[in-house]
Design a protein around this ligand. Structure first.
Ligand SMILES: *[C@@H]1O[C@H](CO)[C@@H](O)[C@H](O)[C@H]1NC(C)=O
Length: 310
């Protein structure tokens, strides 16, 4: 139930984010009805599933909560509304961001992929607060601290890449695709060379990692012993996050060949991971009871392609 609500919310909000990112006037008029629906869905989500006491969603997890927080703030930016303006500071993530003593290593619990959804949420909250003339410095600072932790999880095993977790047992696509996205977006935001260097280094590694298969899809990750593509599931978000990251890196560098690379992923997704224009994971089964677990159910939401902020 909650996931269904989240899925619905997110599909409305992707349109909202298109509006926010600059296709402006025309889209705004066309999307007014969609924005109204998104607001109604978001209200329902907040009323029925959000706990003010904990700052978390019932039945959620930290990373899906962060995606939701990002969505809410995308919505308010797109709609020019302030309906959910108190959620950020009250949220579990926001409380940590506002507390200068937060131990981010322990907050993140070693999950280098989840950590980067938090960065994206913190930046979106900061965008919203900045747009409303509110102090967003704690959010920016906290995102920077998380980013530095993740950047420190890169080493030369398998020629480079950020580890999936601090256990250092797996190098996979999503963690590194997110690092491409956060690094390239970070450069666009702050014009800090470290971010650009990391984004270029990451794409160089991803491109040569062998994780993109002959269909053009990124598989889940690399075999620990051989550093070869492990052939595990090519999830929808593995295609979309790399496309978003490449879009951001193209915006950061002006290198349009990166957009061709992004298109390879998007075309392959349409060709191999959708049915009747609906994204489909291999675990989705319209004929029977769903077999996707909770994380897998939301991968498609995280797959919605968001144009880079510029
Ligand atoms: C650039 O970003 C890096 C990584 O977050 C940070 O350590 C460094 O202090 C930043 N430099 C400037 C000039 O802000």
């Amino acid at each position: 139930m909650q996931l269904l609500a989240l899925l619905r919310l997110a599909s409305f909000l992707v349109l909202a984010s298109l509006v926010e990112s600059g296709y402006a006037g025309l889209f705004r008029r066309q999307c007014q009805a969609t924005l109204n629906t998104a607001t109604a869905v978001a209200r329902r989500l907040q009323d029925h599933y959000y706990r003010t006491s904990s700052g978390q969603y019932d039945g959620g997890s930290l990373w899906t909560d962060s995606n939701t927080l990002e969505d809410l703030h995308n919505l308010m930016l797109a709609a020019g509304s302030n309906d959910f303006s108190t959620v950020a500071d009250n949220s579990f993530l926001g409380r940590a961001a506002l507390n200068p003593n937060t131990n981010w290593e322990s907050f993140l619990g070693g999950s280098n992929d989840d950590a980067q959804w938090h960065i994206l949420a913190l930046w979106k909250i900061a965008d919203y607060k900045g747009a409303r003339g509110l102090d967003n410095s704690a959010y920016i600072r906290s995102a920077g601290k998380i980013y530095d932790i993740i950047a420190g999880q890169w080493d030369t095993q398998c020629g480079g890449g950020v580890w999936w977790s601090t256990a250092h047992t797996y190098k996979n696509a999503i963690t590194n695709q997110l690092f491409l996205l956060t690094s390239a977006s970070g450069f666009i935001r702050f014009r800090n060379q470290t971010y650009l260097d990391n984004a270029k280094k990451e794409w160089d590694w991803l491109r040569n990692s062998g994780m993109r298969n002959s269909q053009g899809l990124f598989n889940d990750g690399l075999d620990f012993n051989t550093c070869q593509n492990n052939g595990q599931t090519a999830w929808t978000y593995n295609q979309a996050v790399v496309a978003s990251g490449l879009g951001a890196l193209a915006a950061a560098t002006g290198d349009r060949s990166l957009l061709n690379e992004a298109e390879i992923s998007l075309d392959a997704t349409i060709a191999h991971l959708s049915t009747n224009n609906i994204l489909r994971e291999t675990c989705d089964n319209a004929a029977g009871p769903a077999t996707c677990n909770q994380d897998q159910q939301i991968f498609k939401v995280s797959s919605l392609f968001l144009p880079p902020r510029s």
